[in-house]
Design a protein. Sequence first.
Length: 152
Amino acid sequence: MGKKSLLFQQLNRRLLSFATLNNVAIPASGWIKAIRNGLGMSMKQLADKLSISKQAVLAMEKREADGSITIKSLRELGRVLDMELVYGFVPNDGSLEAMVEKKANELATKIVLRTSNSMKLEDQENSKERIEMAIKERAEEIKREMPKILWD
């Protein structure tokens, strides 16, 4: 197993641990306000913990809600709330492997069908089964090599 393959598998395993979080609904008011309210903590109390003003806490809550808050700010909030900030990415296809599989199949189909169309023009058309087998073989080759064109 190559170093690149091992790194890929390790990263895939790490990302899979976030998969269950994909279904967690973010509170409408944002996590900061929801946690603060859930703990019964006032804006002033949180502001004091952060050594900022009440208005600055309100601004942070607004930045979280509109998606412009920084990771640094979230870490600091987690620290004063005795919580850990956890962030990551969850592949829409479920895993990095599934993502690569999908892209490899798309690329293989494009390549094989382009070749197949050329052969058809030369009156050397392949059967549907042969084309499907060629796509499958080409996709496996692409997955093994993981060429940069996979992401074009």
